[in-house]
Design a protein. Structure first.
Length: 509
């Protein structure tokens, strides 16, 4: 079926826009790349930023985290607004806001200004992200072409998050504000191209829009994400208050779901979750990103704090993960066509579990070749599984609800990332702390600080110096490796169970 046959109601101009679908895909992927890079670009820029603005530890946490905390709860809101008022205009408005926020962030004179600018960046990113998937669903009507487009999209999403620290490491050499200011000329080039190329929504929603549902979804997901992050970091709230915030968010989301079931025109079609393929796809995205982001953080710490790599060198050594992720995203469409949805998704998750297993035998010694092979398997497997999950999600809903479905998928990405960092990071801390026993020559207060994290242990060891400092650092490294092994066991079990569940739940193609 041709694109014109699939959409006979389109005007000649609109058909011309759809004919430029590959140019549209490039534009959407460049937009997505900006958003995903910005989520991790500060990881290496932190030292220079700290020297320039002198934020407190809590302010520094918010500078890094506020972007994701704002993006996650707004995805469903802007996804459904795009369905109702037009995805193109939402993308254009998001470009403008993202550019303005980038300029404000680069010129921030104090931590408060930078936190506010980062929050605005999150709003702009949330306006753009749902439209990238729903417009792909709109312009790629052929199932095979759409699978290829989604593979490119997922590869860009993974590559952006993975290369963010590397980009930050290069740009911060000039000036810390360059990590934000670089967005402005790119957006100035993308804005006119988007105005010319992007199609209008074919099926515009005309149903009532429920403001209370929007409020419940935003504050429910925000409270859920904030509670999870605080439970893992404990920087602002005690554990019991973090749990209270988490359960309050859960309650708001339960209220949101129940309200959607009673509305004649719900903000989000929760009936989509009655479809086995849709629910399985969302679960695959959530758990796939959970493993990728959580393990990426843990392995990055392994490279820097156990192996002694600098941040930039660690980022370079993780390049096989980036390259294999891009390759997996591009190859996934062909794999999907050959072996089917069920085998692609479950096989990808299984490959990640197998690729992680060799790390359970490692200590503090270097394994450069095996590490690269493990990264290749992780990146390729995750991307193949995510492409299959994304294709399942977007193919199981009508185009008029594509924005909402895309928002659910991208919310699963954000929540998966937050869960991965919070849960796996918490497991690492719980195992690491008691495994680090007292070291002769190190005070009790020094040991208490060293047990908080491996980074703190390295700082204390440097202050103590001599034989005692070297002994403390060696003991801390072994304690961290022991904790990392526990985290990997949890991940391998979770990935294996998920792969088996996918194989049983998805129908044979």
């Amino acid at each position: 079926m041709t694109v014109t046959q699939a959409a006979p109601a389109l005007s000649r101009a609109a058909r011309g826009q759809v004919g430029n679908r590959w140019s549209i895909l490039v534009l959407l992927c460049l937009s997505l790349l900006l958003i995903t890079v910005d989520a991790t670009v500060l990881h290496i820029a932190v030292p220079a930023l700290t020297a320039a603005l002198e934020p407190s530890s809590v302010q520094l946490l918010w500078i890094i985290d506020v972007y994701s905390l704002v993006v996650a709860p707004l995805l469903i809101l802007f996804g459904t607004l795009g369905d109702r008022y037009g995805r193109k205009r939402l993308v254009l408005a998001g470009f403008v806001l993202f550019g303005v926020a980038s300029a404000l962030a680069s010129s921030a004179a104090n931590p408060g200004m930078l936190i506010a600018a980062r929050a605005l960046l999150g709003v702009g990113g949330a306006m753009i992200m749902p439209a990238t998937l729903s417009i792909i669903r709109q312009v790629f009507t052929d199932r095979r072409e759409r699978a290829i487009a989604l593979g490119v999209w997922s590869a860009v999403a993974a590559a952006g998050a993975a290369v963010g620290p590397l980009v930050g490491g290069v740009l911060v050499g000039f000036w810390w504000g360059a990590v934000f200011l670089i967005n402005v000329p790119i957006l100035l080039a993308l804005l006119p191209a988007a105005a010319r190329l992007l199609p209008e929504s074919r099926e515009r929603e005309r149903r009532p829009w429920d403001a209370l549902s929007a409020v419940l979804s935003v504050f429910g997901i925000l409270a859920l994400a904030f509670g999870l992050k605080e439970a893992g970091a404990g920087s602002l709230l005690p554990l019991w208050m973090s749990a209270l915030v988490f359960f309050a968010g859960t309650g708001l989301l339960v209220w949101f779901v129940r309200r959607q079931r009673t509305l004649a025109a719900p903000l989000l079609d929760v009936g989509l979750f009655r479809r086995r393929e849709f629910t399985t796809g969302v679960a695959g995205v959530l758990l796939g990103v959970f493993s990728l982001v959580g393990l990426q953080l843990m392995l990055a710490q392994y490279l820097q704090l156990v192996m002694g790599d600098s941040p930039v060198r660690a980022a370079i050594r993780m390049l096989p993960l980036v390259i294999s992720a891009i390759t997996g995203g591009l190859a996934a469409a062909h794999i999907l066509a050959r072996i089917g949805m069920r085998a692609t998704m479950s096989g990808g998750l299984g490959l990640v579990a197998i690729s992680l297993s060799p790390t359970l035998a490692w200590g503090v010694e270097a394994h450069p070749v095996m590490l690269a092979l493990c990264f290749i398997g992780i990146g390729f497997g995750v991307q193949v599984a995510l492409l299959a999950a994304s294709d399942t999600i977007m193919s199981s809903c009508p185009e008029s609800r594509a924005g909402g479905a895309a928002a659910i998928e991208e919310t699963a990405y954000e929540l998966g990332a937050g869960l991965g960092v919070a849960v796996l990071g918490t497991i690492t801390t719980i195992v690491y702390s008691p495994a680090l026993h007292a070291v002769p020559g190190v005070s009790e207060s020094g040991m208490d600080r060293a047990r908080q994290s491996l980074a703190n242990a390295a700082h204390v060891a440097d202050q103590v110096g001599g034989t005692a400092g070297a002994a403390l650092l060696g003991a801390a490294r072994w304690a961290f490796v022991n904790a990392l092994h526990t985290t990997i066991v949890v991940s391998v079990v979770l990935l294996s169970v998920t792969a088996a569940a996918v194989a049983m739940l998805l129908r044979r193609d």
